[in-house]
Design a protein around this ligand. Sequence first.
Ligand SMILES: NC(=O)C1=CN([C@@H]2O[C@H](COP(=O)(O)OP(=O)(O)OC[C@H]3O[C@@H](n4cnc5c(N)ncnc54)[C@H](OP(=O)(O)O)[C@@H]3O)[C@@H](O)[C@H]2O)C=CC1
Ligand SMILES: CC(C)=CCC[C@@H](C)[C@H]1CC[C@H]2C3=C(CC[C@]12C)[C@@]1(C)CCC(=O)C[C@@H]1CC3
Length: 339
Amino acid sequence: MERVVIVTGANSGIGLALCERLLAVDSQLRLCLACRNMRRAEAARAALLTSHTGARVDLLHLDVGSVQSVFTAAQEVKTRYNKIDFLYLNAGIMPNPQVDIGAFFKGLFSRNAINMFATAEGILTQQDRLNSDGLQEVFATNLFGHFLLIRELEPLLCQTGHISRVVWTSSSNAQRSAFSIEDMQHRNGSEPYSSSKYASDMVSLALNKHKNSQGLFSSVICPGLVMTNLTYGILPSFFWTLIMPIMYLIRIFTNTFTLTPYNGAEALHWLFLQTPESLDPRAKYHSLTSARGINYTIPRQMDIDDETSEILYDKLLELERVMRKKLSERNADTEAQTY
Ligand SMILES: NC(=O)C1=CN([C@@H]2O[C@H](COP(=O)(O)OP(=O)(O)OC[C@H]3O[C@@H](n4cnc5c(N)ncnc54)[C@H](OP(=O)(O)O)[C@@H]3O)[C@@H](O)[C@H]2O)C=CC1
Ligand SMILES: CC(C)=CCC[C@@H](C)[C@H]1CC[C@H]2C3=C(CC[C@]12C)[C@@]1(C)CCC(=O)C[C@@H]1CC3
């Protein structure tokens, strides 16, 4: 039977590379590109159909950073499909990134250098802002929109007799120190990206606890450092090209420099081939590339605890209630104004 796979943020980078790889292993797939920018989504679809003639590739408009868009898209999914086999939660942003040059050089000559290259710990900050829903944009895009999507799609994801999988594209930059349960949106810090990715690791754990019995399994991956639009926002592409030989050199010491979207999608692709029972809910699955260019996937234990994961899960459910109420009030107001 054909498998239904939905990928958010599928129009570029790791998401698009994943789509290419999935079609290469299963040409019968019903693949849905869930994207914010439909022009780029059309281009991605055309590229996929060029290399996989006759493949079934659907497009879905989804802005994960907008509560209304998530609800509308989920409704559309429920009318189009009667099951979901894989939901890849891949869309993500890192707005206004800043590399702390001083901390970078200090780290470079310390014993922590390899860890710094693998995780960017202590050298990367971002400037976040509020979106039109009144939520922090990074939290809303990288975490909450995806959480709402799962909630809205529960009728398809949690069906008796059918296994569904969700896979979060997290990061090695997800750090416990950047996350505070009192400030889950990261309103007050300067590492919203790290915080949102750490939160996604915890939500995945909580989802497994609450939903495995209903046939829903969640996993987390890290793609390594990949050259995509996201990294071109940190340093310009010509600079990355200039330092490419150094990056291949660093790959000898840390296999986390996967560098290409194809390599970065390794763990996402690998999970597609695994049975959920064989997976560890506390592990993050890392895409790695050896100095010789061989791709492989390795699980590493996440630095997360059950108690905080549960509290976060409850807080997200509460925020969901608040946002639903806000939205229905907003819609009622608009309706009243039109009459
Ligand atoms: N590149 C790297 O080194 C690493 C990346 N990651 C993660 O990998 C994932 C993919 O990023 P990557 O491929 O690198 O970067 P890209 O910028 O190429 O891809 C990000 C994708 O997310 C989409 N997106 C962003 N915001 C929204 C939104 N509000 N609604 C819907 N889609 C949205 C983008 O679409 P649009 O065209 O509309 O902008 C794009 O398709 C992200 O979650 C990122 O955090 C993790 C670790 C390392
Ligand atoms: C010589 C050289 C490679 C310089 C680049 C220094 C930094 C710009 C990078 C070092 C580690 C990188 C890194 C990321 C971005 C670029 C670096 C900070 C990420 C944060 C990108 C997004 C992620 O999710 C994880 C990456 C970890 C490593």
